[in-house]
Write a protein that binds this ligand. Structure first.
Ligand code: 5GP
Length: 207
């Protein structure tokens, strides 16, 4: 009987603790539940580091500065972009800017923590260019009808805002083939578990 396929030299020479940790981008259409899945990961898997984005939008009730987002002024956001502090950034829903501060991501990866960016499609595309080693995960709703139900059900947006978000969602759904892996968000804890399984896997091995 022949020996099983040998592992690559890189894998053989590293213990799991020594492996470079994995950067994972979670993107998907509006209201698919990226934020809820990320929150479930935060709760159940404190070993995973989750990026806190900067945004120029105003906080919603219950949102805390530095926890859900870094809420910044337009001028502060400009300054972060100009000084190269943003790993990626985008105008989302044509209303506000959102971006990933670069320093904390580098620090988390250097400390060996698997890191998660929950960002929009434009941001995911930028990270694909600048950090092609990142694993790109697409979170998909069980159906279009379910996505609309979730979007309307959230009730935090007015009619015009909802229409704008639906239009963005249609475009975003069409982007699924760009991604390495798709997770269907049937149930938030299952989706979070699937995501963490991917994050904990050896980053040298693409699923
Ligand atoms: P919300 O305003 O509902 O919290 O988020 C709106 C959208 O912005 C979501 O699709 C979310 O993924 C995206 N988003 C949040 N943070 C970032 C970021 O740092 N960069 C980019 N490109 N998109 C982000």
């Amino acid at each position: 009987m022949s020996d099983p396929q040998p592992e690559s030299a890189t894998q053989q020479s590293r213990t799991p603790e020594q492996r470079p940790s994995r950067l994972v981008v979670l993107a998907g259409p509006t209201a698919v539940g990226k934020g809820t899945v990320a929150a479930a990961v935060r709760e159940q898997h404190p070993d995973v580091w989750i990026s806190v984005s900067a945004t120029t939008r105003k906080p919603r009730p219950g949102e805390e500065d530095g926890v859900h987002y870094h809420f910044v002024t337009e001028a502060e956001f400009d300054r972060m972009v100009e000084s190269g502090d943003m790993l990626e950034w985008a105008v989302v829903h044509k209303v506000a800017r959102y971006g990933t501060p670069r320093g904390p991501v580098d620090e988390a990866l250097a400390a060996g923590r698997p890191a998660l960016l929950e960002i929009d499609l434009q941001g995911a595309r930028q990270v694909r260019q600048t950090m092609p080693e990142a694993l790109q995960v697409f979170l998909k709703p069980p159906s279009w009808e379910e996505l609309v139900r979730r979007l309307v059900g959230r009730g935090t947006e007015n009619e015009e805002e909802r229409e704008r978000r639906l239009a963005t969602a249609r475009e975003e759904l069409a982007a699924e083939p760009e991604f390495d892996v798709t997770i269907v968000n049937h149930e938030v804890h299952d989706a979070a578990d699937d995501l963490v399984t991917l994050m904990m896997a050896d980053p040298q091995v693409r699923p």
